[in-house]
Write a protein that binds this ligand. Structure first.
Ligand code: SF4
Length: 450
């Protein structure tokens, strides 16, 4: 029975101990809520960083192999130092699943954001509690794609294609930076999840018909959620003319009654890829002017002495077009780790990660800096701090699980089908979105699925 059939259902997926599901509100009230995080007692908020560090270390020892702490690359050093495993979202969720299988751990504390904890919950056994130290650590991009808006968009697109006499099969793809509800929406409709390193492979698979190969003369379209920039950059890397072959679907415009997400029916009928109007509020801070500034300042330098611009594909296309290289967080790390001494780099991604890369690169004679001087920090990641980490560990030591992120079984089943399609498709390999780092590194930089 399709989830989209009949009256819209609230599929809020991650219900914590603080929240109950709502199934009775009309659509406008079914937007994913900001989860509420109670204030911490002063014993946490007034403690010094050193005191908190010692308390967390003691609790980790006490909880032993029952506990795994995961730290996303964008976390501050004070948090990263306590992590058993660091990585980006999928790598961490997969690593947690393997570590749980080896050690029998029962608690996974995810120092990241909400959708990441959901993915970890889906990949670990049901008796493992996945905990987010601060419930208000969401992701602005994931929050821009709401299940009910996606259902409305799907119906609007199908109606438009019928009205335009432009029959096409639409296959949805969602970037892993999305809620479990959106992954379920995609899974139910035969689509797949993608990461920033395998987006092209997944998009090619979808345009070839997905799990049901395209029939002769059949038209396929992709609805790409929620990051318009990753979708547009990937389409461009495949040679599409993004001004014609892609179109932006802005759910905010649909809410105001403005066309098909602000697009014309003809644009929807013509496009191969319909891009959801979501974006990362951190990566959008990198501007083409930042790259232009570097190019202008170094115009007189020999090629070998110029700064290499390396960015994440969540940056806008105008930035990726001007950059030398674009790829996932893990690709960025591997490129800088392999950079030849004497090379110079400007990196367009989250500031906490860049600061760590700058330090490690300097020790090897590699000069790196962030592409923009603005505070390109993920403020929602920043909500995870030592006080909240210490608090959840104290609660665990006292036998109380707080801030558990639990995906509902039906949502998990559908979301996993979208995730499994990606894993089957891309086992072991991925690619940079743009460029080949080999000229400026000690060897080729592989981009695996991360
Ligand atoms: S950096 Fe952007 S995409 Fe990543 S968690 Fe923060 S807001 Fe979301």
């Amino acid at each position: 029975m399709p989830l989209a059939a009949g009256p819209k259902k609230n599929l809020l997926t991650s219900l914590t101990t603080h929240h109950a599901p709502s199934t009775t509100h009309p659509i406008p009230l079914l937007r994913s809520p900001m989860l509420w995080q109670p204030s911490l007692p002063e014993s946490y908020t007034r403690a010094t960083p050193d005191d908190l560090r010692a308390r967390i270390t003691a609790r980790r020892q006490e909880l032993g192999s029952r506990l795994i702490i995961l730290g996303h690359h964008y976390q501050v050093d004070d948090v990263i130092r306590h992590a058993d495993i660091t990585g980006d979202s999928l790598k961490l969720a997969q690593a947690a699943a393997s570590r749980v299988a080896e050690s029998g751990a029962k608690f996974v504390v995810f120092c990241g954001v909400h959708f990441m904890a959901e993915t970890a919950d889906m990949l670990t056994p049901d008796d493992v509690a996945v905990i987010l130290p601060d419930l208000s650590a969401g992701c602005s991009m994931a929050d821009m794609a709401d299940y009910d808006d996606a259902v409305v968009a799907w119906e609007q697109i199908e109606t438009t294609l019928t009205d335009q006499r432009a029959p096409a099969r639409v296959i949805p793809i969602t970037y892993i930076n999305s809620s479990a509800a959106i992954k379920a929406f995609v899974g139910e409709r035969g689509g797949a999840v993608c990461t920033s390193s395998n987006a092209r492979m997944v998009l090619e698979w979808a345009l070839a018909g997905g799990d049901q190969p395209k029939k002769k003369a059949e038209k396929i379209k992709v609805l790409f959620l929620p990051d318009q920039h990753l979708g547009r950059n990937t389409a461009a890397s495949m040679g599409m003319d993004v001004s014609v072959d892609t179109v932006l679907y802005d759910f905010r415009k649909t809410r105001k009654g403005d066309g098909v997400g602000g697009a014309t029916p003809e644009q929807i009928a013509r496009a191969q890829v319909i891009l959801w109007a979501g974006h990362c509020s951190v990566h959008k801070l990198f501007r083409p002017e930042h790259v232009d500034q570097i190019r202008t300042a170094e115009a007189g330098l020999p090629e070998a002495q110029r700064t290499r611009v390396l960015v994440h594909p969540e940056c806008m296309k105008e930035v990726v077009d001007r950059a030398d290289l674009a790829g996932s967080t893990e690709y960025i790390i591997r490129t800088i780790d392999a950079a030849k001494p004497g090379t110079k780099w400007a990196i367009g991604t989250e500031t906490n990660l860049v600061e760590r890369l700058v330090k490690s690169a300097a020790a090897r004679g590699v000069r790196a800096r962030i592409l923009s001087d603005c505070q390109c920090m993920c403020t929602t990641m920043y909500r995870i701090d030592q006080p909240h980490l210490c608090w959840v560990l104290d609660m665990l030591a006292a036998g109380k699980v707080v801030n558990q992120i639990k995906v509902l079984p039906k949502v998990k089943e559908l979301a996993m089908s979208a995730l499994d399609r990606m894993l089957r498709l891309t086992a072991g390999a991925g690619s940079a979105v743009k460029g080949d780092a080999a000229k400026w590194t000690a060897g080729p930089v592989a981009a695996t699925v991360d």
